[in-house]
Design a protein around this ligand. Structure first.
Ligand SMILES: Nc1ncnc2c1ncn2[C@@H]1O[C@H](COP(=O)(O)OP(=O)(O)OP(=O)(O)O)[C@@H](O)[C@H]1O
Ligand SMILES: [Mg+2]
Length: 587
């Protein structure tokens, strides 16, 4: 649950690789084809260089007419086989890779949807979305590239080595001396690369976060003339990313250059040795050409192998972030009690909620009873804990002390899905999906909803009068987050959603935004219709709502400081009476 579970130092790479390999399981067949294909590619490289010897010694030196014919034919045959092998390899890797990416994405999304609200409070949305979209690709690309290099290039090196040994053992062994030097350099460079690559990923997330914030708040930015400030903040992040990316490129370039230089020195050594062998009559021209061709063919493979470390590290860093997300504990859903339809009696007993241990509690020993068929209004200043209180009912947050009972049973004893099905929740910020009006209303129901039911719900929510004027009526798209509608219209759609849900508990977190009298009246009427025969908890800012409530709870600093009916509280002359004079507007 801790933020540290999704950040922090990278875990053991071997464990991460083992876990990734597990994802290939269902594609074992393709994996075998891919490896066989790679082996063919490597063997083809060996055979091709071996052909250099008869080409030179038989065709050119001995002028053998048979060789002049079979060598070119062999080359065609060889590349036919190699082409088929390359295709089989690439195709199989694509199948495995895309399959694994899909599985990872589905798993990540599945996990995200059951993570507790506290987790989302700590993560930025772009960072979360990036783990869903970019990371699986990054991981799969890096691992399949790495595997391809490891298998194909090491087998190619092996095949070429065999060819070389066939020509001259002495010359070939000289080359092996250079091996350890190359390995050492690769190891050193790899460690540095891994460190920087983690930082590059963090800085990319920063970039996305800052960019998204500025884009989302573009009207605010313009209004405050803060374009320069946002630009500067972004530029700073850009520069940091840029610096790190150049650094990582420099690390990679240094490593390639060094390894290639070492290979060149090895080449010089071998040429020198080969010259001496030739003079001693132990090395024919064809054998020398085959040796040289093999050595040249080794260079690209060697170069790629030095880069494999960086590929692996890139993949491991992304896989690590992804697996941490997959391993983040889900919401606690250990309750076993089933619940078809609750009567709706809600009891809070000394409930305390802290978002943050270092701050004072958002709710402090709150106790009350909400009876079925009754309306409980919750009032209080901004930040007094009203929304926090109602968010405990669907268990978006867990109280730190005290208990909440529904029909006499603690909330945690119910199955989470059963509990949540009992609640229709119209939140403070109306959340709409980028879909049609009708589908947004029907979102409340788990199953297919008849059109008439949607229409009836919209009618009861007094939403039809504006929906009718939309270009496509109920089938009008509402835009991303409902931006194409006004605040009051969004709210009425949310109320229609709640009506359609027909749950025994209704929670309304009234928006404080000022609505015109007409809209207020319409919403008020709609609400009264939904409140009937349910347990209603309403965070109220409108006098008309509060006056009709059976009990009013007055929150201040997370505590219930007063309770009673509207009339009693006004008469008592306390905080409520004060709020009443200053805040509540009559509809
Ligand atoms: N997700 C959260 N993480 C941390 N602190 C939070 C979170 N949500 C609310 N708080 C804090 O808890 C306190 C109560 O907030 P809450 O949203 O319940 O107030 P409210 O009474 O609904 O206010 P308003 O009338 O403005 O909506 C505030 O101090 C707020 O800063
Ligand atoms: Mg609130």
């Amino acid at each position: 649950m801790d933020a540290a579970t999704t950040r922090g130092p990278p875990a053991d790479s071997a464990a991460i690789y083992r876990r990734l390999l597990g994802y290939i399981g269902p594609y074992r067949g393709f994996a075998v084809i891919a490896v066989v294909g790679m082996a063919f590619e490597a063997a083809a490289a060996g055979v091709f260089t071996a052909l250099m010897q008869p080409l030179v010694d038989e065709t050119f030196v001995a002028r053998n007419p048979a060789a002049a014919l079979w060598v070119p034919l062999a080359i065609v045959a060889l590349f036919t086989v190699r082409g088929l092998a390359t295709f089989a390899t690439s195709y199989s890797i694509a199948r495995i890779g895309r399959g694994v990416v899909g599985t990872l994405r589905r798993q990540l999304m599945g996990r995200l949807m059951v993570l507790p609200s506290r987790w989302f409070d700590r993560e930025s949305n772009p960072a979360i979305v990036q783990r869903l979209t970019w990371f699986p690709d990054q991981v799969t690309q890096a691992s399949s590239d790495a595997i391809k290099v490891i298998v194909t290039d090491s087998l190619t090196l092996l095949a070429l080595l065999v060819v070389m040994l066939m020509q001259s053992v002495k010359v070939t062994l000289t080359m092996l001396v250079m091996g350890p030097a190359i390995v050492a350099i690769v190891a050193i460079v790899g460690r540095r690369y891994r460190r920087i690559s983690g930082r590059v990923q963090d800085s990319m997330l920063d970039l996305a976060r800052i960019g998204e914030e500025a884009v989302a708040a573009q009207q605010l930015v313009k209004l405050h003339g803060a374009a320069d400030r946002e630009g500067a903040r972004f530029a700073e992040a850009v520069e940091r990313t840029q610096r790190l990316q150049v650094k990582i490129e420099a690390t990679r370039a240094t490593s390639s250059a060094l390894v290639q230089w070492i290979a060149a020195v090895a080449l010089a050594l071998i040429v020198w040795l080969a010259g001496r062998e030739a003079m001693a009559g132990r090395l024919a021209a064809g054998e020398f050409v085959a040796l040289m061709t093999a050595m040249m063919a080794m260079l690209p493979s060697l170069k790629r192998i030095t880069q494999v470390q960086s590929m692996i590290q890139r993949g491991v860093a992304a896989a690590d972030a992804m697996f941490r997300l997959l391993d983040t504990p889900a919401e606690n859903d250990r309750g076993t009690r089933t619940l078809a339809r609750a009567a709706g009696r809600i009891v809070f007993e000394d409930v305390t909620l802290r978002y943050d241990a270092s701050r004072q509690p958002a709710l402090d020993e709150v106790s009350f009873v909400a009876e079925p068929g009754r309306v409980t209004a919750i009032v209080g200043r901004s930040g007094s804990g009203k929304s926090s209180l109602v968010r405990l009912l669907p268990r978006f947050y867990e109280p730190d002390a005290g208990r909440i009972l529904l029909d006499g049973v603690p909330l945690a004893d119910y199955r989470l899905a059963d509990l949540r099905r009992q609640i229709a929740f119209v939140g403070q910020d109306t959340m709409l999906f980028d879909d049609t009006v009708a589908n947004n209303i029907a979102y409340a129901a788990q199953h297919e909803v008849p059109r008439e039911a949607i229409l009836a719900a919209a009618e009861s929510a007094n939403a039809m009068d504006f929906i009718r004027h939309l270009p496509q009526g109920l089938d009008t798209p509402v835009g991303e987050r409902g931006v194409l509608l006004s605040g009051g219209q969004r709210q009425r759609i949310a109320i229609a959603r709640a009506i359609l849900r027909d749950a025994p508990i209704l929670v309304l977190d009234e928006a404080t935004s000022a609505l015109d009298n007409e809209s207020e009246r319409l919403i008020q009427q709609a609400l009264e219709r939904v409140m009937r025969d349910r347990t209603t908890l309403v965070i109220a800012h409108r006098l008309s709502t509060i006056e009709h409530a059976d009990q009013v709870l007055v929150l201040d600093g997370g505590r219930i400081v007063e309770r009673g009916t509207h009339a009693e509280l006004v008469a008592a002359g306390g905080l409520y009476a004060q709020l009443h004079r200053m805040q509540f507007r009559d509809a």
